[in-house]
Write a protein that binds this ligand. Structure first.
Ligand code: ARG
Length: 466
């Protein structure tokens, strides 16, 4: 004999190990509030449609309140014998209120239940992630404003390329996180349709009102195809893709902070509260937080690979394989939220070594492009200008001087068109100041961008919640 809610056609109990292996309570119990909200909406709809009596509805609603209160006060024991959050809650309800509890599952299946709960839960968590992204963008914008004219080397191939402003560099991440936020909003809005009523796969023989439950749970509409509703997990794939891209952005920023904090760069110092020491080397202060955030990208991308691989080639409709979906995305959300929180809390305490950054920006012939541009403005074709500046750099390397220190004789020797005034005017301040157009690194542009971001972030926070 089987003691399961589905045990009617079984003669033997479940193997003890299988019972544990099959259970998902340790993962899905965290969706209890969504499961109860779904049950309330379903029961109300059944009563409205006269599928359930008013007395049963009252008992169910009271019973669900009790179950919820018990869970929240720690007076509820989820058991693997009841497999998942859905059957644990339904059984507890029935224990409290008797037969009315057994009527709740009319016109419903765990398949549409889990599809609904997961969407509701991820909608909530996506909104939380969005707030974290907004906080981080705000922190970055404040820092960018403070460092609108802090000059640092810009790199390509990690070789000094041209001077940029630190504010400009920080705003690059604000842009990346904006696109991340847009991906989360997009994924959230696309999944905001209610699967309830799809039942096991084909719909139900009862005269249900799907718009009622969709509306009660804050969904935009009921899903349009019952098979699709209980089969697909593309919303999980999309959100995990958004998590992965966001974690990649964070990993790049992490990598830069780790480099910048090294003795060789010494551009920045991270607050003690976000670093750790070494158990053997007394001098060490390690950038553990950016390192860990960089590492988390690996596991978050792993979660994306896991759901993609699980879903590949699965026939319609529900398959138990899909129970594996939640652990991966919950872990990814928990960890990404942690990463965003750490960065939002850590960055305001970062100190910036402006003098070292300025010195680094001034070395490595970072102004060479600007000298070529000056020659072009004097009528020299760009390819000739490039050649002339290349020779000038070679001369400076031999003489161990900077471009702006070239004597007029050397200029004339290299090319008659190279004027000593041009080289004397070279400075990193002039370089960044001259890039004064939309998207350029000039302090003026950075300040304009900061103003625009602050306005956008303030109004964005109010309008974007589903
Ligand atoms: N725990 C299951 C899951 O997460 C719920 C749905 C189970 N449905 C079923 N017919 N076995 O996927």
């Amino acid at each position: 004999m089987s003691d399961k809610p589905w045990g009617g056609r079984f003669d033997a109990p479940t193997n003890a190990f299988v019972e544990a292996f099959n259970a998902s309570t340790h993962v899905d119990a965290r969706m209890y509030a969504e499961d109860i909200a779904g049950s309330r909406a379903h029961a109300q709809m059944l009563a409205q449609q006269a599928i359930l009596s008013q007395e049963d509805l009252t008992a169910i609603l009271q019973g669900l309140d009790k179950v919820e209160a018990d869970i929240e006060s720690g007076n509820f024991e989820f058991t693997i014998a009841l497999e998942d959050v859905h059957m644990n809650i339904e059984k507890a309800l029935t224990d409290h209120i008797g037969d009315a509890g057994k009527r709740l599952h009319t016109a419903r299946s765990r398949n549409d239940q889990v599809a609904t709960d997961t969407r509701l839960y991820l909608r909530k968590r996506t909104n939380e992630l969005l707030s974290r992204i907004r906080t981080l963008q705000t922190v970055l914008t404040t820092l960018a404003e403070e460092h609108a004219d802090t000059i640092m080397p810009g790199f390509t191939h990690l070789q000094t390329a041209q001077p940029v402003t630190l504010g400009h560099h920080l705003l690059a991440y604000v842009e990346m996180f904006e696109r991340d936020a847009a991906r989360f909003i997009d994924g959230r809005n696309r999944m905001n349709q209610c699967p309830l009523g799809s039942a096991a796969l084909a719909g139900t023989t009862f005269d249900i009102d799907r718009a009622f439950t969709a509306n009660a749970l804050g969904f935009e509409a009921p899903t349009a195809n019952s098979l699709d509703s209980v089969s697909d997990r593309d919303f999980i794939m999309e959100l995990l893709a958004a998590c992965s891209i966001c974690s990649i952005h964070l990993s790049r920023f992490s990598e830069e902070l780790i480099l910048w904090m090294s003795a060789q760069f010494s551009f920045v110092d991270l607050p003690d509260a976000f670093c750790t020491g070494s158990s053997i080397m007394p001098q060490k202060k390690n950038p553990d937080m950016p390192e860990l955030v960089r590492g988390k990208a690996g596991r978050i991308i792993g979660a994306l690979m896991s759901i993609l691989t699980t879903m590949k080639s699965l026939p319609l409709a529900y398959n138990k394989d899909m129970q594996e979906d939640k652990e991966a995305i919950f872990d990814a959300f928990d960890n990404l939220e942690g990463c965003l929180r750490v960065f939002g809390d850590m960055l305001p305490g970062m100190s910036v070594n402006k003098a070292v950054m300025h010195k680094a920006a001034s070395s490595g012939f970072s102004t060479a492009t600007d000298l070529a541009d000056a020659l072009v403005r004097a009528g020299v074709p760009f390819r000739d200008a490039h050649e002339i500046v290349g020779k000038s750099v070679a001369y400076c390397i031999r003489e161990v001087i900077e471009l702006h220190q070239m004597p007029s004789t050397a200029c004339a020797d290299i090319d008659v068109r190279l004027n000593v005034d041009m080289v004397q005017k070279l400075s990193v301040e002039a370089c960044v100041g001259a890039r004064d157009h939309i998207g350029g690194t000039a302090p003026k542009q950075v300040r304009l961008q900061c103003i625009a971001w602050k306005a956008r972030l303030n109004e964005g926070l109010e309008s974007e919640h589903a």
